[in-house]
Write a protein that binds this ligand. Structure first.
Ligand code: OTD
Ligand code: ZN
Ligand code: ZN
Length: 344
């Protein structure tokens, strides 16, 4: 197959940043996806409905001329979030869910949550109003090995949360382990997960290939090959009837922020997102299942219609630029200077 037309896909987990940086990156996403779930980890974080709607207006204004790209906004959960705010979110169709960051787990998560127990009334309100909870699923105990933090979180806090709030819709974001795949499969129809292209394509050797590779550093960090294989299986197999769907977690940082004694976490994939997923599905012999993963399962879980437009991929290798502009700086995209097999 050299040509594949699918229903236009959506990106169910994306970092768009703000200001000049937003203007630099949004065209890559808008050229591929009808909608994207926009993460609220700005500085300062998007903690209120008013902030989310104002951010949405800035995103709409930054779209390329004529683009119908529709940003689906999220609210950043903090210890101060109230059940009344959840009611407001439920009454605001532009906001699709609430994002839980364990405090300190990832980029700009310092304002996140340290005690899930204290937020029980908020989770009850979310269940009552059918507001999904999107979770960065890693433990934050500094004694936990960085490669084990997702499994720790799944086994501990997440299992307790699921047990306590059975009616809550949960999306476990950017899963990276066989443990997370198994948990999502075992926990009923109100639990789903997004999977990134980079966690499907790379294992942790990519961080250390011939030297330290900052552009392969993200959170959750890349894992062992057996975990990558479990993710590919979850995404591409016929058993994926809806629990696993596309979320790039494209997370741009400037070269200066990456090439540093303490480099930022994040991999930029928006420039070739659906093309990279197509490689994964092709290698798994499952190109015919790309559409369900990219375009059907996400809207079904969130209760939204599928996109009406289509997108066509052609097998026509191209070379990714070494750098892309990022505000008044540059970023290094995934596969910089290397080939991508498919083109939109
Ligand atoms: N992971 N980088 C970022 C966020 C994600 O955990 C995430 O969702 C970021 O830069 O915002 C990253 O590595
Ligand atoms: Zn995250
Ligand atoms: Zn993210």
């Amino acid at each position: 197959m050299d040509r594949l037309t699918i229903t236009q896909p959506d990106d169910w987990h994306l970092h768009l940043r703000d200001g000049d940086r937003l203007i630099s990156v949004i065209a890559d996403t808008a050229a591929r996806f009808g909608r994207a779930v926009v993460m609220p980890n700005l500085k300062p974080p998007v903690v209120s409905v008013a902030m989310a709607l104002a951010y949405r207006e800035r995103i709409l204004a930054a779209r390329p001329a004529g683009s119908g790209f529709d940003p689906l906004m999220t609210l950043y959960l903090t210890a101060d979030t109230t059940p009344a705010q959840i009611q407001q979110v439920a009454a605001t169709p532009e906001i699709i869910g609430v994002k839980l960051y364990p405090a300190g787990a990832t980029t700009n998560s310092e304002a996140g949550v340290t005690s899930l127990d204290a937020l029980a009334p908020v989770f009850e309100a979310m269940a009552e109003h059918a507001v999904p909870l999107l979770i960065h699923g890693e433990s934050i105990d500094p004694a936990d090995d960085v490669f084990d933090r997702e499994a720790r979180f799944v086994d501990g806090a997440l299992t307790r949360l699921r047990a306590r709030h059975g009616a809550l819709k949960i999306v476990l974001e950017h899963i990276t382990t066989a443990d997370a795949v198994a948990w999502v499969n075992e926990t009923g129809p109100l639990t789903a997960a997004t999977i990134t292209a980079h966690h499907l394509l790379l294992n942790r050797n990519a961080i250390f290939n011939g030297g330290l590779r900052p552009h392969h550093y993200c959170l959750p960090v890349l894992k062992r090959e057996r975990h990558r294989e479990a993710l590919v299986q979850a995404a591409t197999s016929a058993a994926n009837t809806g629990k696993f769907f596309l979320g790039t977690d494209s997370a741009p940082h400037s070269i200066a922020a990456k090439h540093s004694a303490c480099g930022c976490a994040g991999i930029y994939t928006a420039h070739a997102a659906i093309e990279l997923y197509a490689e994964v599905f092709e290698d798994a012999g499952a190109l015919d299942r790309l559409e369900a993963f990219a375009s059907f399962h996400g809207p079904a879980f969130y209760g939204l219609p599928r996109n009406r437009a289509t997108l066509t991929l052609v097998r026509e290798p191209w070379t990714v630029p070494d750098t892309l502009s990022f505000g008044d700086e540059l970023l290094v995209p995934l596969r910089a200077g290397e080939r991508v097999r498919w083109r939109v």
